[in-house]
Ligand binder design. Structure first.
Ligand code: KIV
Ligand code: ZN
Length: 516
């Protein structure tokens, strides 16, 4: 029998450390629900001590998710451990899969001396103390040696043995700065497992960053040398160049069963929906040639390849697109479908709307969309429901109507009607294009002083009748927010996204970016 490879997803923690990728509590919860459906073993939901908002988001996720362990990160100090312990507490109630505290301290000479200003003995002492304190909240404690890649082997062996004796159940070896290469990283894992006396009492884990483009290769090298947990993120999101991408790890292990003596419990058909959801919420598009989840990952362009695939699929394909969640997305609902069929389809897609009101509003949008669009796909439905999800933030501004004139040789002109706390307002503006005119018109009335950091449009499905999904990233002071909007008219989608971002800036419930 093959070993189990545990998947520890850190999209909501390390992934959220990507510039501008901060999420609201509701957005984190939506991603957590999708990760549970995907079958990840552990969801690192955040860093409780970072802010009361992050602790609250972890607590809500711990209250909701049943099938994955919910984890909070904590530095090796009392305050962080208490915050993490409090936040994960609901994960141990009822049938839930339990809560984990992931505590860490840096172990490399450069970090200990320059950042922590601690002696190695003090670092070991702090690590042991942190693990023991974490055990007062949960028996599932993970310890990480930050910057393990540049740490001395003898010191790693010592500290890992001590924290295992103190009660840690998972030992994580991070390449914090993305410095290693597969042969060295595999060797490091092998040596640690051989040299740490109590190595057989724990799960060995790896956490690799992608600064040299080797996060996945390094993680897999660690797996080949005994690691049985991989820390990774959807779409490889994460600090700087990102983390190892979950979809690549999972599919590499599954596709090369002949090489890896382990497998995960991931439902691979949920990979593409997870990728799309994370991309939409964070505003980080997926490059078309990205392995597994890129739009072209299964597209055969050359005649020779197409011919080969038609004759025998395996000539050029090592995986099936439908096995990772592509193409299985035709919605059997149409213009004439009723509310019940719509509700049933939502539940098949794992979408939970928390009130009848939200369901009615989503259904009205569905009818609207069915009038405009010939074929409706699951992705359309996800976007449409997202539009409802966006409305759960305090909606100060709401789009009523938009008229745009864009004509060759003329200056584009936008006229909008929107509500501000229920009161109708008009806006008028010109710009270099219809979207610019729309944003300028809105700003001429709302005067938010926000800076536009990012504007991106993605088509949700194929064809010119597809909905465009727009992400707008705004910064105001130390707040960075992403607004989204979807519509078959991308200028309308842009206006919705801009107003959504403004609503988030005004919402008191919005968390500050974790890096701030
Ligand atoms: O990259 C890193 O070292 C981390 C640790 C907190 C595990 O994210
Ligand atoms: Zn990291």
């Amino acid at each position: 029998m093959k070993d189990r490879l545990f998947i520890f997803d850190t999209t909501l923690r390390d992934g959220e450390q990507s510039p501008g990728a901060s999420m609201t509590k509701e957005e984190k919860l939506r991603i957590a629900r999708q990760l549970e459906k995907l079958g990840v073993d552990v969801i690192e939901a955040g860093f409780a001590a970072a802010s009361p908002g992050d602790a609250d988001a972890i607590r809500t996720i711990a209250e909701t998710i049943q099938g994955s362990t919910i984890c909070s990160l904590a530095r090796a100090n009392e305050r962080d451990i208490h915050a993490a312990g409090g936040a994960i507490k609901p994960a141990s109630r009822g049938n839930r899969a339990g809560g984990r505290i992931h505590t860490f301290i840096a172990t490399s000479p450069i970090h200990m001396e320059k950042k922590l200003r601690m002696q190695p003995d003090q670092v070991v002492e702090a690590a042991i103390k942190a693990v023991k304190l974490a055990l007062e909240y949960t028996d599932d404690v993970e310890f990480s040696a930050e910057d393990a890649v540049r740490s001395e082997m003898d010191f790693l062996v010592r500290i890992f043995d001590e924290v295992i004796k103190a009660g840690a159940r998972t030992i994580n070896v991070p390449d914090t700065v993305g410095y290693s290469i597969p042969a060295l990283w595999g060797e490091r894992m092998k040596q640690l497992i051989e040299r740490v006396p109590s190595a057989d009492k724990v799960i060995w884990s790896t956490h690799c960053h992608n600064d040299l483009g080797m996060a996945v290769a390094n993680s897999l090298a660690a797996v080949m040398n005994g690691a049985r947990q991989v820390e990774c993120t959807i779409n490889g999101l994460g600090e700087r160049a990102g983390n190892a991408s979950l979809e690549e790890i999972v599919m590499a292990v599954r596709t090369r069963k002949d090489v890896f003596n382990c497998d995960t419990r991931i439902d691979a058909t949920q990979i593409v929906p997870s990728s799309k959801l994370v991309s939409t919420i964070t505003g980080y598009p997926v490059q078309p040639n990205k392995a597994i989840v890129g739009a072209n990952a299964f597209a055969h362009e050359s005649g020779i390849h197409q011919d080969g695939v038609l004759k025998h699929r395996e000539t050029y394909e090592i995986m099936r697109a439908e096995d990772v969640g592509w193409h299985a997305n035709r919605l059997s609902l149409g213009k004439l479908s009723g509310r019940n069929a719509f509700k049933t389809k939502l539940s098949e897609l794992g979408i939970v709307l928390d009130s009848e009101e939200a369901l009615n509003a989503a259904f009205a949008r569905f009818k609207d969309l069915a009038d405009k669009k010939r074929e409706i796909f699951d992705e359309d439905l996800q976007a449409l429901v997202s539009d409802e999800g966006y409305a759960t933030d305090h909606e100060r501004y709401k789009l009523v109507s938009l008229k745009v004139c864009s004509e060759t040789g003329e200056v584009p002109h936008a006229q909008l009607v929107f509500t501000d706390e229920g009161v109708e307002r008009q806006a008028d503006g010109t710009g270099s294009g219809p979207v610019d005119a729309t944003f300028k018109a809105l700003e001429s009335v709302v005067s938010s002083s926000a800076n536009l950091l990012l504007y991106s449009v993605n088509n949700i499905t194929r064809g010119t009748d597809a909905q465009g999904e727009v992400t707008v990233r705004l910064a105001l002071g130390d707040r960075v927010v992403n607004g989204q909007g979807a519509d078959t008219d991308i200028v309308v989608a842009s206006a919705k996204a801009y107003l959504h971002a403004l609503n988030k800036l005004h919402s008191k419930r919005e968390r500050a970016h974790p890096q701030v």
